[in-house]
Ligand binder design. Structure first.
Ligand SMILES: Nc1nc2c(ncn2[C@@H]2O[C@H](COP(=O)(O)OP(=O)(O)OP(=O)(O)O)[C@@H](O)[C@H]2O)c(=O)[nH]1
Ligand SMILES: [Mg+2]
Length: 681
C-alpha cells in the first residue's frame, strides 16, 4: 500500500497475556483519537472496555471489547481481547478477521514463554503483528533483554523501532530509529521533539544498524546500499517496513506506557503507515476484493437493551441500513464503542459493524447479498476443545428449561462454552477452558439470564463387574385372591472378558420356561444391571437362562421379569463384584523443560506413562502420553497450567475400564451408597 493511498477502514486486535494492559491501551487509543472525552482507568472501573458486571467485579476482561475510532482521517476499529488463557477463544475469533495484531506484553524476561502459543498461532496463520512492550514506566528490565527473551521463542525477526531515553531509572522518551528523531513523553499529550541526548547516540546507532540489517535480509537493493555504507532515506525504509510487516517477514517492536499514553501515538502512526488494508487480509482468507457485498460474523452479543448483536467484518461493501443479506434483513447497522452503539446509514469494506437482530446467524457465518456462500474461503476456527467440566443444576427446579435456553445463548456468545447432558451420569455438564471461565459463565447466567445454577465436580461414570461365576435360582410368587403371579428361573451368571459388555443366552429345554416369557427374563436381568451390588451399572457379564418353572394360570411376563430380578439380586453379590473405573488416554503438550515435571504429575495422579514424543509442529515441545484414571483429570488443567506458566495443554479420550480395589474403591462405593440413600429419602 502506498503511504498516501486511502487504505479504507482497518482493524487491529489487542492481544497478549493476562493483565498486560490491553484494555488500558484501548482506553488510551480512544482518548487520543478523540472517540472519548474522558479517559478512564482500570483502577476506577470506568474504562470503555470491560463495562460488564462480570468484568468490573474481577478487574479483568471477560470478553472482547470493540471500539471504532478515527485517527488522522483513517477509520480504525480496535478489538481488545481478554488475556486470560481460559478466555483465548475470543482472541482466536478476533484474529480471524483483523488486518494486524498488537501483542501487548509486560517488560519481563521471565514470562516470554507465556507468549509462545500466541506467537506460534500468529506465525502459523501469517497474521501480521506488532509487539508493544507496555508498562515501561515501571520496567525493571531493559528493552534489549526483554526482546532477546522473546526472540528466543519467535520464528520471525523482532525489529526494535525505538530506543529508550532514560533519566536515571525513569523512562522519559525515545528515539525513533527510522526518522532518527528523539521525543520526550508528555502526560496526556503528544511528545515533544528534542535533540538526541549524547549519552545514547552509540546505542541509537547500533540499534538502527540492526534494524537496517534485518530489513536488508529481505531486500537486495537495501543490502547493497548498506554494504556501500550509503544511508537509505527514511521513505525507502518505511516502504520496506510496511512490505515486510504485510508479508509477515518481521515483527516491529514498540514500547510505552498505555496508562500514561506514552508511546501510544507513535504506535498508532506505525499502524497507520504499515498495516495492510482489509483487501489484503481478505485475500489472505481466500476472499476476492471484488464481488457482491460480503460480511463475516466473528462475535455475538446478547445484550438486554439491544437484543442480539452479530459483530462482523465487512469484507466487501457497501451495505446500507435495512439491506438484506440472503433472506435475512439487517435489523440495524451499528458502530460500537464498548457497550455503546451508534446507528450507521451505510457500511463499507473494511468496517467492523454490529448487525442487529440477525436471529439465526451464528459466529463465523459468512453472509452475502445473494445468500450464496463464496467458494474457497478459509474455514472458521473450530471451538476450543474443553479441558474443564462442572456438573450444574438450577437452584430452582422450575428453571430447567430456562437454563438450557440460556446456556445455548452463552455458547453463541462464546463458542468455547458448551453443555452436554451426560447419558452415563445423567448430569448436565458445563464444559470450558478452566475454573475462571466457567465461573464467569455461571455469573453471566445469573446476571444476564436470571438463572442461578449450582456447580459441582462432575461424577465419574464408574461401572462394576464380577470376577466369579454363580448359578442361581430365583422365584417370584404371589397369591392374592383370584389371579396370582408365578415365575421361576435358574440362571448362570458369569464374567466375560473386559469390553464384552452384556450377553444374554438361554438353554431352556422342554418348555420349562415358555418361549414368550424369555424376553421378560432378559428384561428383568437388564433392569437389574442398571445398578449392581456396588451401586453402579454392571458390564462384562453373561447371563444364561438354563431352566425354570411356570404355572398355566398365574404365570405372565411380569412374573418372569420379577423372578429374573430376584435371581440377579441374590446371585450377583456372590459373584465377587468389583468396581471398574474409566481410564482415559491423555496427551499432554508442554515445553520440553517441563517434561520431567509432567511425568511426576502423572505419577502422583495414579497415571501410567506410555512415553513421550516431540510435539508435532512445535520445536522445543513434547507430547507426553499416558493412561490416567478419569477421576484424576478433573482439575488436571489447573495443575498443569501452574506448572508450566499457563502454556501446558492436554486432551483426553476414554480408553478402557480398569478394576479398582482397596481404600479408593471403598470410598467410591460408600459415597455412591450415600447418594442412593439421599435419592430414596
Ligand atoms: N504502571 C502501569 N500500569 C499499567 C499500564 N497499563 C496498564 N496498567 C495496569 O495494569 C493492570 C491491567 O490493565 P488492563 O488494561 O486491565 O490489562 P489487560 O491486558 O486488558 O488485562 P486482561 O484483559 O484481563 O488480560 C491495571 O491495573 C492497569 O492499571 C502502564 O502503562 N503502566
Ligand atoms: Mg483487558
Amino acid at each position: 500500500m502506498s503511504r498516501n493511498g486511502n487504505p479504507g477502514p482497518r482493524c487491529a486486535a489487542l492481544v497478549g497475556p493476562y493483565l498486560s494492559g490491553k484494555t488500558t491501551l484501548l482506553e488510551s487509543i480512544l482518548s487520543i483519537t478523540g472517540a472519548t472525552t474522558r479517559k478512564g482507568t482500570m483502577k476506577d472501573g470506568n474504562t470503555v472496555g470491560d463495562a460488564s458486571v462480570e468484568s468490573r467485579a474481577r478487574k479483568m476482561s471477560v470478553e472482547l471489547n470493540v471500539g471504532t475510532t478515527e485517527y488522522l482521517g483513517d477509520k480504525w476499529t480496535f478489538i481488545d481481547c481478554p488475556g486470560s488463557i481460559e478466555l483465548i477463544q475470543e482472541t482466536v475469533n478476533a484474529l480471524a478477521v483483523v488486518d494486524c495484531a498488537v501483542v501487548v506484553y509486560e517488560p519481563s524476561t521471565e514470562r516470554a514463554l507465556t507468549l509462545a502459543p500466541l506467537l506460534k498461532y500468529l506465525d502459523d496463520r501469517e497474521i501480521p503483528y506488532v509487539l508493544f512492550v507496555n508498562k515501561m514506566d515501571v520496567a525493571a528490565q531493559s528493552v534489549r533483554d526483554v526482546l532477546e527473551s522473546i526472540q528466543a521463542i519467535s520464528s520471525r525477526p523482532l525489529v526494535l523501532r525505538q530506543v529508550p531515553i532514560r533519566d536515571g531509572d525513569k523512562l522519559t522518551g525515545y528515539v525513533d530509529l527510522v526518522s532518527e528523531r528523539a521525543y520526550r513523553y508528555k502526560q496526556g499529550q503528544a511528545s515533544d521533539l528534542i535533540s538526541i541526548p549524547e549519552s545514547i547516540t552509540g546505542e541509537e546507532r547500533e540499534a538502527r544498524q540492526k534494524l537496517l540489517e534485518s530489513l536488508a535480509d529481505f531486500d537486495d537493493q537495501l543490502l547493497e546500499k548498506l554494504l556501500e555504507e550509503a544511508v537509505p532515506p527514511p521513505a525507502e525504509i518505511y516502504e520496506q517496513l510496511s512490505k515486510d510487516l504485510a508479508q509477515g517477514l518481521i515483527i516491529p517492536v514498540m514500547f510505552g506506557a498505555a496508562e500514561h499514553d506514552n508511546g501510544v501515538r507513535r504506535l498508532l502512526k506505525l499502524l497507520r503507515h504499515e498495516v495492510p488494508p482489509a483487501s489484503v487480509t481478505a485475500e489472505r482468507h481466500g476472499i476476492a476484493a471484488t464481488g457482491e457485498p460480503l460480511v463475516q460474523v466473528f462475535k455475538t452479543f446478547h445484550a438486554s437493551h439491544t437484543g442480539k448483536l452479530s459483530v462482523a467484518r465487512v469484507w466487501r461493501g457497501p451495505i446500507a441500513d435495512g439491506a438484506t443479506l440472503g433472506d435475512k434483513r439487517i435489523g440495524a447497522l451499528l458502530s460500537m464503542l464498548g457497550g455503546q452503539v451508534k446507528k450507521l446509514a451505510k457500511t463499507v469494506a473494511g468496517d467492523i459493524v454490529a448487525l442487529g437482530r440477525m436471529d439465526e446467524v451464528k459466529t463465523g457465518a459468512i453472509l452475502t447479498a445473494s445468500g450464496k456462500p463464496p467458494a474457497d474461503v478459509s474455514s472458521w476456527p473450530a471451538p476450543l476443545t474443553p479441558v474443564f467440566t462442572l456438573a450444574i443444576v438450577p437452584e430452582n427446579r422450575a428453571d430447567e428449561v430456562k437454563l438450557t435456553g440460556a446456556l445455548q445463548r452463552l455458547g453463541e456468545e462464546d463458542p468455547s462454552v458448551s453443555y452436554l447432558q451426560s447419558a452415563e451420569t445423567r448430569e448436565l455438564l458445563l464444559r470450558g477452558q478452566g475454573e475462571i471461565h466457567l465461573q464467569i459463565a455461571l455469573d453471566k447466567l445469573r446476571n444476564r439470564y436470571n438463572v442461578s445454577a449450582k456447580a459441582a465436580r462432575p461424577s465419574v461414570p464408574y461401572k462394576e463387574t464380577i470376577r466369579k461365576p454363580v448359578s442361581q435360582h430365583g422365584r417370584f410368587k404371589r397369591q392374592t385372591g383370584g389371579h396370582g403371579m408365578f415365575g421361576d428361573v435358574h440362571i448362570d451368571i458369569k464374567p466375560v472378558p473386559r469390553g464384552g459388555g452384556f450377553q444374554f443366552n438361554e438353554k431352556v429345554v422342554g418348555g420349562s420356561v415358555p418361549r414368550n416369557f424369555i424376553p421378560a427374563v432378559e428384561a428383568g436381568v437388564r433392569e437389574f444391571l442398571d445398578a449392581g451390588p456396588l451401586g453402579f451399572p454392571v458390564v462384562d457379564v453373561a447371563v444364561t437362562l438354563t431352566d425354570g418353572q411356570y404355572h398355566t394360570v398365574d404365570s405372565n411376563e411380569m412374573s418372569f421379569k420379577l423372578a429374573a430380578r430376584v435371581a440377579m439380586s441374590e446371585g450377583m453379590p456372590k459373584c465377587e463384584p468389583v468396581l471398574l473405573e474409566p481410564i482415559v488416554k491423555v496427551e499432554i503438550d508442554v515445553p520440553n523443560d517441563f517434561t520431567n515435571k509432567v511425568h511426576s504429575l502423572i505419577s502422583t495422579r495414579r497415571g501410567q506413562i506410555l512415553g513421550y514424543v516431540p510435539r508435532e509442529g512445535w520445536s522445543g515441545w513434547d507430547t507426553v502420553q499416558a493412561h490416567m484414571p478419569q477421576s484424576e483429570i478433573h482439575d488436571l488443567i489447573v495443575e498443569l497450567r501452574s506448572l508450566t506458566q499457563g502454556v501446558g495443554t492436554f486432551h483426553a479420550t476414554f480408553d478402557h475400564l480398569q478394576e479398582l480395589t482397596g481404600r479408593l474403591a471403598d470410598q467410591v462405593i460408600q459415597s455412591q451408597k450415600e447418594k442412593a440413600a439421599v435419592a430414596h429419602a
